[in-house]
Design a protein around this ligand. Structure first.
Ligand code: S3P
Length: 441
């Protein structure tokens, strides 16, 4: 056995069969928003199912640093005492957002509407991620956002102040940018309109409306008219579709498997992977669909099956943006040529996910080709275990671990501390289904 050097790594061996029921932790996007919007609401917001992973804990701590009382950290049940729309106070130090692009971008929008200045920092990966996409619209609204170079890289300082509402056409389908503008718009003079090129996740809009904001959404156009205080609401966070997706694909690929994933978020702006997998012939069913706190949830039942290749492109991509690495893994086991296009946004995530997946899966003997905005994968391939890098990216790490379940021999994924940013307990849960995977220092 080759020793794992320096960083934590995950060793995965081929799985014979995966079987069981489980509930994955709470949704990351909804957890961020619950603690942010709860923090500026009037009254106490109780959050159940909060994701106690590093990304969301950073956002919660940043809100606390700006004067919001939060009880229960780092558990799943939080009480957030809202300070009102303009009640935040200047933080005593820079807000360290760790690896979290969502945390940083949403908070830049939030602080823009407050009468103070704040600096937000992040880890090495976050420090490479562009904030110009936020600086530009917030600048048009009257805030000043400065960072390093043309791309406004972190550390970023935002000078909040008197904002005016704008109409802004998003150059990319990004829920982070959309949400930052809407959060700033809460404290602007006049309405703010955001027009998306394709629908991105709509949790901010749903939660704002549930808290009493005057928000209208008509297909790709969202208009927020400020003036209403937000009323605290209890939020029950469903299980994260993006986390459940790893086990769902694992069950499809590993022979003789059946896995049930309980109470998973099925919001249509998030769950397009289900549509693509069904098109590929996947044996996936959804039972007990219902609405919980304004979001659709249900149990996903996935069994091993034969897959055939398909194409994923266009308006569907934003609705499965975080699942593309995993879709690439599924495509290695599907018959035919799978094409993923219009996914250039993946190059500016926690890592360049197109490059990272092409590198990792090629090292495991997949037939994979990188396009400027996607991947071409020819399957099925007999994957072979290899030592591969996560590139410090949680979704790359977990997607490669799923590939390792169907590879011959041992797969070692290096640098897997990052998994804790979104899914603490991932390896343990995979073992619970019958997989042979161990974490090593
Ligand atoms: C998120 C939006 C997406 C997604 C990220 C979470 C959010 O990013 O990739 O994991 O919670 O708003 P973009 O807005 O950059 O597409």
């Amino acid at each position: 056995m080759r020793p794992c050097t320096e960083m934590r790594c995950l060793r995965v061996r081929p799985a014979r069969r995966l079987h069981g029921r489980l509930r994955v932790p709470g949704d990351k996007s909804i957890s961020h928003r619950a603690v942010i919007l709860g923090g500026i609401a009037e009254g106490e917001t109780r959050i159940e199912g909060f994701l106690g992973a590093d990304d969301c804990l950073r956002t919660a701590r940043a809100m606390h640093e700006m004067g919001v009382g939060i009880e229960g950290l780092p558990s799943e049940s939080l009480r957030v005492r809202g300070v009102g729309l303009r009640g935040l106070r200047r933080p005593g130090r820079a807000l360290d957002m760790g690896n979290s692009g969502t945390g940083m971008r949403l908070l830049l929008g939030l602080v823009a509407g407050q009468g103070f200045e704040a600096t937000l920092t992040g880890d090495e990966s976050l420090s490479r991620r562009p904030m110009d996409r936020i600086a530009l619209p917030l600048g048009q609204m009257g805030a000043r956002v400065s960072g390093r170079g043309e791309k406004v890289l972190p550390p970023v300082t935002v000078h909040g102040g008197d904002l005016r509402g704008i109409a802004y056409r998003l150059p990319m389908a990004s829920a982070q940018v959309k949400s930052a503008i809407l959060l700033a718009g809460l404290n602007a003079v006049g309405p703010t309109t955001v027009i998306e090129p394709a629908r991105s996740r709509d949790h901010t809009e749903r939660m704002l409306r549930a808290m009493g904001a005057d928000l209208e959404a008509d297909d790709l156009t969202i208009t927020l008219t400020p003036g209403q205080p937000l009323a605290a609401q209890n939020v029950s966070v469903p299980a994260d579709f993006s986390s459940a997706a790893f086990f769902l694909v694992a069950a499809l690929l590993v022979p003789e498997s059946e896995v049930v994933l309980e109470q998973v978020l099925l919001n249509p702006t998030r769950a397009a992977l289900l549509e693509v997998l069904q098109e590929m012939g996947a044996d996936v069913q959804v039972a007990g669909r219902r609405e919980v706190a304004g979001e659709e949830v249900g149990d996903i039942i996935a069994s091993s099956c034969h897959l055939h290749a398909t194409e994923a492109a266009g308006a569907m991509i934003p609705r499965l943006i975080d699942e593309v690495p995993l879709l690439a893994v599924a495509a290695t086991q599907a018959e035919g040529v799978a094409i993923i296009r219009d996914a250039a946004e993946l190059r500016v995530k926690e890592s360049d996910r197109l490059a990272a997946m092409a590198e990792g899966l090629a090292a495991m003997s997949a037939r994979i080709e990188e396009l400027p905005d996607g991947l071409i994968i020819t399957g099925p391939s007999s994957l072979r275990g290899a030592t591969v890098s996560s590139h410090g990216d949680h979704r790359v790490a977990m997607a490669l671990a799923i590939a390792g379940l169907v590879a011959e021999g041992e797969t070692v994924i290096e640098d897997t501390d990052c998994i804790a940013t979104s899914f603490p307990g991932f390896a343990e849960r995979l073992r619970g289904l019958g997989a042979d995977c161990i974490e090593e220092e």
